[in-house]
Design a protein around this ligand. Structure first.
Ligand code: HSE
Length: 322
């Protein structure tokens, strides 16, 4: 590809924690953002779609800022860029929209200058910005990841999602920022609760790796963050208790919320019943929400190879209903 024509990157959304794996487990989801980046005489932005409303079109823009971090790290100067973005990922709902923007911006910027930085380096830089590796790791590498962060460096192992694993997300209309949802968490937890979470998170990784769908429900239980966040998401406590009896393999708050996420066996016959149950329960707590059936995204950030032949929005129209 002629990098002078610019680069395009497709990045998946993500869900973090999967219940007990607070700040450590993540899964890429089949909901995407696309970023195009070109060298330019003057910095300019073309932001498309409902999800981009209110996003700044100046050098405070997150994509611009993370691109500059990449250029500085690589030791090159690219002060002016033309950036286009289209996103299907709802903002501040717990589906990793900011992580996908960070990964999209960093991957595009790196590709624009001939990819001097490794994905591992981008993972470290992105995790440093987010403060935890779960969303950025899933968006960068795809699939399911289990990751650690020592404050400087992130390590991960990827888990191939089972082919029958499907994901139902119920996305409330209200927004909840990660910082608000972290403020309600206690600074200290008991040893009993720590053991509760370590054991379930470990079992969940093993169950997802080995296709033990029968253990996913028990393993997705959590005492580290969900009980404290329940007051921020009306209906959540009932749903966590009841959804496994309505066809969910397991259910969790997606990241910091407010989206709720159910893992489902694709072959289960109660999928419509589960969807209605989740939406009705939220509605009975005064929350309007929309449901989306997704899958795990096996691919993480991907550099598209067709920049010349098609305009940015024509390419998007070829992929989604815009
Ligand atoms: N692990 C993070 C949290 C994800 O639960 O706060 C938020 O993006």
């Amino acid at each position: 590809m002629d990098r002078n024509e610019g680069v395009r990157v497709k990045v998946p959304a993500s869900t973090a924690n999967l219940g007990p794996g607070f700040d450590t487990l993540g899964m890429a989801l089949s909901l995407y953002s696309w970023v195009e980046m070109k060298k330019s005489e003057q910095t300019q932005f073309h932001l498309y779609g409902d999800q981009m409303k209110g996003i700044p079109k100046d050098k405070t823009n997150l994509l611009y800022r993370v691109a500059q971090l990449v250029f500085v790290e690589a030791g090159v100067s690219v002060p002016e860029v033309e950036i286009s973005m289209y996103s299907e990922i709802p903002l501040t709902r717990g589906l990793g929209s900011s992580a996908s923007a960070i990964i999209g911006g960093m991957t595009a910027a790196n590709a624009l200058i001939g990819s001097p930085l490794s994905n591992d380096k981008i993972f470290d830089m992105a995790t440093s910005l987010e403060g935890h590796p779960d969303n950025v790791g899933a968006s960068l590498f795809g699939g399911i990841i289990t990751a650690i962060w020592d404050g400087t460096h992130a390590d991960y192992i990827g888990i191939e999602p089972h082919e029958d694993l499907e994901v139902l997300v119920v996305i409330p209309e209200f927004q909840l920022s990660t910082s608000e949802a972290r403020k309600v968490l206690p600074d200290h937890i008991s040893r009993k609760d720590a053991v509760y979470n370590i054991s379930r998170s470990s079992l969940l990784v093993a169950a997802l790796s080995s296709g033990r769908f029968d253990l996913i429900g028990k393993a997705m239980s959590d005492r580290l963050h969900q009980p404290y966040r329940a007051s921020l998401v009306p209906g959540m406590t009932s749903i966590l208790e009841e959804a496994p009896n309505r066809g969910a393999l397991g259910v969790a708050l997606s990241g910091a919320g407010p989206t709720l996420l159910a893992l489902v066996d694709r072959r289960d016959l109660r999928k419509r019943e589960l969807e209605s149950y989740l939406l009705d329960t939220m509605r009975s707590h005064g929350i309007q929400a929309s449901a989306r059936w997704l899958g795990p995204s096996r691919e993480g950030a991907v550099i598209c190879e067709t920049v010349n032949s098609n305009s940015f929005m024509n390419m998007i129209k070829g992929e989604v209903e815009v």
